[in-house]
Design a protein around this ligand. Structure first.
Ligand code: TXE
Length: 487
């Protein structure tokens, strides 16, 4: 059995306790993880606080921080295959996807490495003749970065990269489900040469580890990705330390197909949008909203493609869909699909567990037209597509905006003017037109409404890890006049 360790103040160590990690493809234990409790979290936050104010890190130039990040990026790239295998083993995400995604994670670190010395303050044209006034962008402080099980290296990179570029220090909490790749990533941070305490990583359970971290008085900012109810808990906890928060909470993203679209291309994008990562993606296009006149044709295309998907062992390069990460998640999907069928949804394909002991669930399509199916309303985080149809553009917009979420959306049409109208009218942080599931370190990422607040990716994300200090310098040699008048 493989043993993993946590990393606090530059030292690899066991946690207060340990817990087993299951291989989602077999349901059997394959590794032992360190479980951090309140005491470990406290030491990690204190190490991050110390590193923020004392020693090498605060004295380092932004360019030097950038060089460390470049080194980290190179190490991620050089170790991408090994990290990918660990992620695949621990979460069940297919190796085809993890190896491509982790190689790209290196580019996120490169992007933020380059930004480190481009975070600038401003000189203000102040309305007082004897004052020079300028601002400095200083690190926001100690960052608690909390990630869920899906794409942990990726979801952590969009927090770690900008935070380190801005000069912050971090305590990362890996998900208790599938933490192996992120715990292993700590070795690369160590090898890159970041000073002790700048980056700390623990894993453990929400009530004992996550809660201790988000309430800790030494935490200044919480960057969270996960479910909306946990996010609400995190925000409540932040009332104790008054940390700022950024929240990325997934969605129920609409995938709108007009009759004039290239249906073959749209069907491929829809298959990728809902069945890639076995549907465990915050941007999953889980609500197909298709023009009624092409609905049957489009559903037939999707059914054929869904049934041709190669479901298999995640470490097998030919597998296209693997298991869900946990038995809990598979059971949740099973129950929501059952409730949706009971509510009147029509099963187009799938709708049952895969073979064997692993946590497999077949790619599933549910026609939910004219029924109040829970699968069409709540995020499932699994390979289940709910289908709705429309007759007019207004109806399409109404359906697209018909949930409290607003992370991503897709619009498929060959009508340019219509595409622009839809871009304006859809309430979501991302609109993909005639494409889906494209990401880049250069492009901001984040949601409206229940999908969260704050943006990851892009320059603005690095600025979110800073706060402004305003400096007033009096240039006059004359004595200060009347002390009782505010100048
Ligand atoms: O996520 P949680 P879960 C959605 C998806 C999924 C549902 C629940 O619909 O089915 O949420 O998933 C840590 N204080 N998404 O239960 O609980 C936890 O240990 C601080 C959408 O796995 O939100 C883990 O590290 N932290 C999605 C992280 O929060 C706490 C990703 C996320 O776990 C905590 C995941 C607490 N009190 C789920 N309790 C997306 N958008 O990508 C738990 N945690």
């Amino acid at each position: 059995m493989q043993m993993f360790q946590q990393y606090i103040d530059g030292v690899f160590e066991d946690g207060t306790a340990r817990f087993d990690s299951l291989d989602p493809a077999t349901g059997k234990t394959w590794a032992s993880m360190p479980e951090a409790r309140e005491g470990d979290v406290d030491r990690a936050v204190k190490a991050a606080q110390h590193a923020l104010w004392a020693g090498e890190w605060p004295a380092m130039t932004a360019t030097a921080r950038g060089k460390l990040l470049y080194r980290l990026a190179d190490l991620v790239q050089a170790n991408a295959q090994r990290l990918a295998e660990l992620e695949t083993r621990d979460t069940g995400k297919i190796i085809r996807e993890t190896s491509a995604q982790i190689a790209y994670v290196a580019d996120y670190y490169r992007y933020y490495a380059g930004l480190a010395d481009k975070i600038e303050g401003a000189t203000l044209a102040i309305d007082k003749a004897d004052m020079d006034v300028w601002t400095r962008r200083e690190p926001v402080g100690v960052v608690a970065a909390i990630v869920p099980w899906n794409s942990q290296l990726f979801l952590a990179a969009v927090k770690i990269g900008p935070a380190l570029a801005a000069g912050c220090t971090l305590v990362v909490k890996a998900s208790e489900d599938g933490p192996a790749p992120l715990l292993e990533f700590a070795r690369l941070v160590h090898d890159a040469g970041f000073p002790a305490g700048v980056f700390n990583i623990v894993t453990g359970f929400g009530p004992t580890c996550g809660s201790a971290l988000t309430r800790h008085p030494g935490v200044d900012h919480i960057a969270f990705t996960g479910g909306p109810s946990t996010a609400a808990q995190v925000v409540r906890n932040s009332a104790e330390n008054l940390a700022t928060t950024s929240l990325e909470l997934g969605g129920k993203s609409p995938f709108v197909v007009f009759a004039d679209a290239d249906l073959e291309s749209a069907a491929n994008a829809q298959v990728a949008g809902i069945f890639a990562a076995t549907g465990q993606s915050c941007v999953a296009g889980s609500r197909l909203i298709v023009e009624a006149s092409v609905k049957d044709r489009f559903l037939q295309l999707l059914k054929t493609k869904a049934e041709a998907i190669r479901i298999g062992a995640p470490l097998d390069m030919s597998s296209e869909v693997g298991p869900l990460c946990t038995r809990r998640q598979r059971d949740h999907i099973e129950s929501v699909v059952a409730a949706s069928l009971a509510a009147g949804a029509r099963l187009v394909t799938g709708g049952r567990n895969g073979q064997g002991e692993g946590f497999y669930y077949l790619p599933t399509i549910l026609d939910c037209d004219d029924v109040a199916a829970p699968s069409a309303e709540t995020e499932l985080f699994g390979p289940v597509l709910s289908v709705l149809s429309f007759k007019t553009e207004d109806e399409a917009v109404g359906l697209a905006n018909g949930t409290p979420y607003g992370l991503a959306s897709g619009v498929f049409t060959s009508n340019l003017a219509r595409a622009h109208r839809m871009i304006r009218r859809i309430r979501a942080g991302i609109v993909w037109v005639n494409t889906y599931r494209a990401v880049s370190p250069i492009a901001p990422f984040g949601g409206y409404g229940q999908s969260g607040q704050g943006r990851e990716g892009g320059l603005a994300a690095a600025l979110d890890y800073t706060r402004t200090k305003t400096i007033w310098l009096r240039t006059s040699d004359d004595p200060i006049p009347d002390p009782f008048i505010m100048r």
